[in-house]
Design a protein around this ligand. Sequence first.
Ligand code: ZN
Length: 260
Amino acid sequence: MPKITILFDILLCIVIVITLFFFASSFFNQQESHAGVAIVFDDNYVDHWFDTRPLLQKYNANVTFFVTKFSELNKSQVQKLKILQQDGNEIAYHGNYHVNVNKYLVSHTVDEYFNNEIISGLTMMKAQGIDPVDFAYPYSRQNATVTQELTKYFHHISMASEGVPVNNFYYYIPGSNESLIYATDIDTRFNYTQNDFLHVILKAKNDNKIVILVAHDTSDTEPSNISIEDSYNIHVEDLEGLLKNVSQNQLKFYKISELN
Ligand SMILES: [Zn+2]
């Protein structure tokens, strides 16, 4: 009889250990979700970006603003960027003159590119207390030599893709430590619907990945001289729909500096 008791005890222990293991692993898996969305805005639509502040706060969304032509901003706009940064958003860099790197290098050296397009603007921003750690190439153009050199200044170098079918969006793999990353342009001119956004969000959630979405201006309407087809703009109501979808599906809002 004692032998049977010992055998029973051993079996009971094994069952307990296996049960605990499954509970622990399912708990661990739940904790390990890194799925999320990185929302990015390019250029220098600071006044309109600032107007979305209540919306970003409503959904606890932190986003990244890639700023170009910083020298053209007035004092009030620089102050607005600082407030957005204090809110927890990232202020990143998008070039001093917003040049197409490959066109620029036809008549300039790589050194000139760095002095005029990178270092000069960065210095101006740093003097104002803004210290960008990420860079987005203007015009979705990149150059391998420049990209290599840019990694000395920035943690991430972002490239935008335009007109991408909804099934072909790029997803960042958490933990992959990529420095060259790809954002998909979701401006109104590409006609994505809220259902498309939901599809992308659910894919990120199911695959435990991060989708990087880029827009430019944030306003309710296009300027009177610009048609939707030419507009670098996401309407505020569409932005709200996107933020709501991300929030309701409990995905994390990532800043670009948080991708690792
Ligand atoms: Zn741009």
